[in-house]
Design a protein around this ligand. Structure first.
Ligand SMILES: *[C@@H]1O[C@H](CO)[C@@H](O)[C@H](O)[C@H]1NC(C)=O
Ligand SMILES: *[C@@H]1O[C@H](CO)[C@@H](O)[C@H](O)[C@H]1NC(C)=O
Length: 244
């Protein structure tokens, strides 16, 4: 994690002012969350991105991100996201529920945009571990939107699977040392999403062979931008894990 922009920003801006980060790996504390730019794939294209914390509490966060990316239409440039500070470290078998709510919209959006709006949830054998590392066993994505014909990692393994009251196409494939399972909305954009993530976890255990001994290591919610120009606004987001 790169917190280099943090001290400067909190000195310059008073409490309550929106804070904007611009650097490739800049992050900001955001109440019960951490807002990160995570422009991990920018070498595949040209452009820029900034992300703004609008407001936050320990329970909820509002934020937005602006980007313009070109070239490498099949390459992800970034995953600007908020990660819950506390919703992690619980074994799947010990989760009673994991309520989440996400209200988002594109305030502006270019034609031909290629981007998703998605949860990125990381499981591993140990109670803690950073996303996309040797500690990761599974990456669970939930795509609330996928524009421009982009596809998740791997290949589609189910069609019209109903989980948590919504209909999904499930994709599966390996990435590094972990397995990626991606639920892609089969009914278009889900702008007001209010579900129990444990419904997905239970489905993965019962239908996809994920061991209930796996731990949730991280829950992130953000947008993978491939190409295009957009201002994506999250007016409210929350997530928590209620243990048994
Ligand atoms: C983001 O884009 C919107 C729409 O173009 C604009 O109003 C806003 O000022 C931009 N925010 C930042 C921080 O650049
Ligand atoms: C936070 O910002 C969002 C989006 O602008 C707004 O809807 C909400 O009322 C704000 N919350 C607080 C506590 O100011």
């Amino acid at each position: 994690m790169h917190y280099s922009a943090l001290v400067t920003l909190s000195c310059l801006l008073g409490f309550g002012a929106a804070q904007t980060i611009k650097g490739q790996f800049d992050c900001l504390p955001a109440g019960g969350f951490t807002l990160c730019q995570n422009l991990w794939g920018i070498s595949a294209g040209v452009g820029s991105q900034s992300s703004t914390l609008v407001n936050s509490t320990s329970q909820t966060v509002a934020w937005s991100t602006n980007y313009t990316w070109a070239n490498g239409p099949n390459n992800v440039k970034s995953y600007a996201n908020v990660e819950s500070v506390s919703s992690k470290g619980v074994q799947l078998a010990n989760i009673a529920s994991a309520p989440t709510s996400w209200n988002w919209n594109y305030a502006t959006q270019s034609t031909g945009i290629r981007a998703d709006v998605a949860y990125d949830i990381w499981f591993g054998k140990a109670s803690s571990g950073n996303p996309a590392t040797s500690a990761s066993s599974f990456e669970i994505m939930i795509w609330l939107s996928g524009l421009g014909g982009i596809q998740p990692v791997g290949s589609q393994i189910t069609t019209g699977t109903v989980v948590a009251g919504h209909t999904w196409n499930l994709w599966k494939g390996p990435n590094g040392n972990w397995e990626v399972l991606s639920f892609v909305s089969a009914t278009g954009d889900l702008n007001s999403f209010d579900v129990d993530l444990n419904d997905f976890f239970t489905y993965l255990i019962e239908e996809q062979g994920v061991a209930s001994t796996q731990f949730v290591q991280s829950i992130q919610a953000g947008t993978e931008a491939f190409v295009g120009t957009a201002n994506l606004v999250t007016s409210s987001y929350s997530v928590s894990i209620v243990p048994k």
